[in-house]
Design a protein around this ligand. Structure first.
Ligand code: SF4
Length: 378
């Protein structure tokens, strides 16, 4: 399949891995930012193909994982109301809050619907004028344009029975927070390919200079990850710190300008809480004042809900690259995808869920058996 098969070619992988082994002289810690990249690394055993001194740590770029627990609880409080039709992408339905999930609320009689596009909510609102339709608008910069489109269209259509519960977060402030931490181990980044398809990568350039850190915008297929890792290690070995673009078949430096303008017209930058991490200044979007009539948090008065994470969970340290899922005493025992305790086990793209899915909660022999597409490439 075009743009898939050629990025899964074992022979090419073998050459890139050989080059990584050839040029690497020092130990390096590299963070892949996106949950999709983490999933690809664990699924394909890419971390096992790298030299012993090169460690991949897993970043905060899984949108379901970093949506705070209190925002899940707010969504559930709204979805339980009899006058509400609560709409969401499917991956949020099984995310547990303090008391059940959206599937439970649906089975208890709540009107919870899966949508495939935010604009579907507009049709639902038109068809149900006596109901209040709420869309759960979560995610990174990647999903912000479609969510902004929904709010903009709702105002044009005078759809006063539609609102959005916004929990949008932004990648660059989270990367800066990681680099500023006294515990930081990260020396280079595989940057977020999908986010940069919308936003471009200009805003990463000052960060790269300020923190002297290579940032290679990287895709999601096995060869993307390997090539991004090679480019990052090459910069580190040569003492360079620049932004480079491995994912040039998809994106350019400027990103998608019309999408950026649409987002800016509906949202403004605000502080946001990240699940497992805490509040990061200027790290998310909130609705602009002129769109406050579409803000579900205000309409349903759920702003005061506050929730605490289980103390055993170290997902905050995992999302900052300080620890790995194996380091958690609950991994694979008290905590599993069926009974997730924390952020990184909640979504299939979370680091703990990816480790679990590919058998890394089992023994080493089993783990080695899970090396798939690139088996034998080293
Ligand atoms: S295994 Fe579960 S409890 Fe442990 S860090 Fe991961 S999500 Fe948290």
């Amino acid at each position: 399949m075009k743009y898939l098969d050629e990025y899964r070619d074992g022979e090419v992988a073998r050459k890139i891995v050989h080059e990584i082994h050839r040029i690497q002289t020092k130990p390096w810690v590299i963070m892949e930012v996106c949950g999709g990249q983490t999933h690809s690394i664990v699924k394909n055993g890419i971390d096992h193909l790298l030299p012993e001194g090169v460690e991949l740590v897993h970043g905060p770029g899984c949108p379901v994982c970093v949506t705070p627990l209190e925002m899940i609880d707010k969504a559930h409080a709204i979805a339980r109301r009899p006058e509400v039709i609560f709409c969401s992408f499917g991956d949020m339905l099984r995310v547990p809050g303090s008391d059940g999930d959206l599937f439970t609320i649906k089975s208890d009689g709540g009107d919870v619907r899966i949508v495939y596009s935010p604009l579907d909510c507009l049709k639902i609102a038109r068809a149900n004028p006596g109901k209040k339709v709420v869309f759960f608008a979560i995610g990174f910069e990647t999903t912000a344009p479609a969510n902004a489109m929904l709010v903009s269209r709702a105002r044009e259509d005078k759809a006063h029975n539609l609102s959005v519960l916004v929990s949008h977060v932004l990648v660059p402030p989270a990367m800066e927070a990681i680099l500023q931490s006294s515990q930081n181990r990260v020396q280079g980044f595989l940057g977020p390919g999908h986010v940069c398809a919308v936003m471009g990568y200009r805003e990463y350039e000052p960060m790269s200079v300020r923190f002297r850190v290579p940032i290679v915008i990287t895709g999601f297929e096995p060869l993307d990850i390997l090539q991004g890792t090679l480019m990052t290690i090459r910069q580190l070995e040569e003492g360079r710190a620049e932004v480079e673009n491995e994912y040039s078949r998809i994106l350019g430096r400027e990103g998608n300008r019309p999408a950026q303008r649409l987002v800016d017209s509906v949202f403004e930058i605000a502080d946001r809480k990240w699940r497992g991490i805490g509040t990061i200044p200027n790290s998310g979007y909130t609705l602009r004042r002129e769109y406050c009539d579409y803000d579900a948090e205000k309409i349903f008065s759920v702003e005061g809900i506050d929730t605490r994470e289980p103390e055993i969970c170290i997902s905050g340290q995992i999302l900052r690259g300080i620890k790995k899922p194996h380091d958690c005493p609950a991994f694979g025992t008290l905590c599993s995808p069926q009974r997730p305790l924390g952020a990184t086990m909640v979504s299939a793209e979370g680091a703990c869920a990816a480790y679990y899915a590919y058998g890394r909660h089992l023994n080493k022999e089993k783990e080695n058996n899970e090396l798939r597409v690139l088996d034998g490439a080293a």
